[in-house]
Design a protein. Structure first.
Length: 322
């Protein structure tokens, strides 16, 4: 058996705006906002991993159960359409565990892991390569939320673009459509396997984003620590509260950080004053109707859409072809 070493490509330094500029611009908007990608420093990633273990947070375990139950059917549908040895492109790969759990069933010929956190990706992919020494692996450091343009080294014929975890819900419907169009181009005539969280009763959603242990509150507040690090700002976490709100009109759960008192936040070259009770919008998590998400995939050009779901219809795993 030949033993591969993972290769790495960085596409992060080409970003037009650095994180400090992006954060300052978001804070200076009339309704202050910080993009959810800034949750995921190392403590934020650990807190998100803890969220996925919570009784209240149903998406991760529901999606895992769907993959466990349906992986043979998904593999059969894929192998009927994609050539052997296709590339699996894993968006927001993290530790690669979700994709690795499907390697045996899906049998990709190559694994391309894409993530915004390059140091984390390097460590994770090097460890994963030890477990799967015969599978060629490439790590791509890329902020695909800004634009999903894969480098030439990552493109190699029809690919399965894998985007689990319902992170597509963290995009506005317009941005989700744009990403799905780009994913179709990146698949080079291949396929998409994606997880989307579906609409469900309001109390279930409220509890999932405001758990009794306060882990989601810590996850939301930790964002300010990361902003302090990136922007050299002086947020005091103790001045802020976690707020999760179900917005039924827009079909989403919103997370905000709310100022406990009137205060000012300063950073080199900028300052923002907040009234008591004023918020910073930190995340939207859209919950789709099953048919609307299928419509979104079709609008993005995906065809032959199949949906796999759980008995309660809480989560959808969608397979679609370019
Ligand atoms: C990563 N993303 C799909 C999670 C979600 O449910 O929107 C992030 C999260 N926010 C609060 N809890 C989990």
């Amino acid at each position: 058996m030949s033993v591969n070493l993972p290769t790495f490509v960085s596409c992060l330094r080409s970003a037009a705006q650095g994180p400090a500029e992006e954060l300052a611009a978001g804070l200076m908007q009339p309704a202050a906002a910080i993009a959810p990608k800034f949750f995921y420093d190392s403590l934020g990633s650990a807190l998100f991993a803890a969220i996925t273990q919570l009784d209240e947070y149903y998406p991760t375990r529901t999606e895992a159960a769907i993959f466990a139950a349906e992986q043979a059917a998904i593999a059969q549908a894929l192998h009927a359409r994609l050539p052997p040895g296709f590339t699996l492109v894993d968006l927001g790969a993290g530790d690669g565990a979700k994709a690795a759990g499907l390697f045996d069933a899906l049998k990709p010929g190559r694994y391309v892991a894409v993530d915004i956190s390059e140091p984390y990706l390097r460590g994770a992919l090097t460890a994963l390569q030890q477990r799967f020494p015969a599978l060629p692996m490439t790590g791509v450091g890329l902020d695909f939320a800004a634009s999903l343009q894969l480098p030439a080294e990552a493109l190699d014929g029809p690919a399965l673009v894998f985007y689990p975890g319902s992170s597509i819900g963290n995009f506005s419907p317009d941005d989700a459509l744009r990403l799905l169009v780009q994913a179709r181009a990146a698949s080079q005539g291949g396929a998409l396997l994606i997880g989307a969280d579906l609409m469900k009763p309001q109390p279930v959603l409220q509890a999932a984003y405001d758990d009794a242990l306060g882990v989601t509150a810590a996850f939301n507040l930790n964002l300010l620590r990361n902003v302090n690090h990136l922007l050299r700002s002086d947020f005091d976490v103790a001045d802020w509260s976690h707020v999760a709100r179900v917005n039924s009109t827009l079909g989403r759960v919103e997370m905000h950080l709310q100022a406990r008192r009137a205060l000012a936040v300063r950073w080199p070259g900028g300052e923002r004053r907040f009234e008591a009770g004023e918020g910073i919008h930190t995340e939207n998590s859209h919950k789709w109707k099953a048919a609307s998400f299928e419509g979104l995939l079709r609008d993005a050009g995906w065809r032959d859409v199949r949906r796999y779901t759980d008995a309660r219809g809480w989560f959808g795993v969608y397979l679609a072809f370019a």
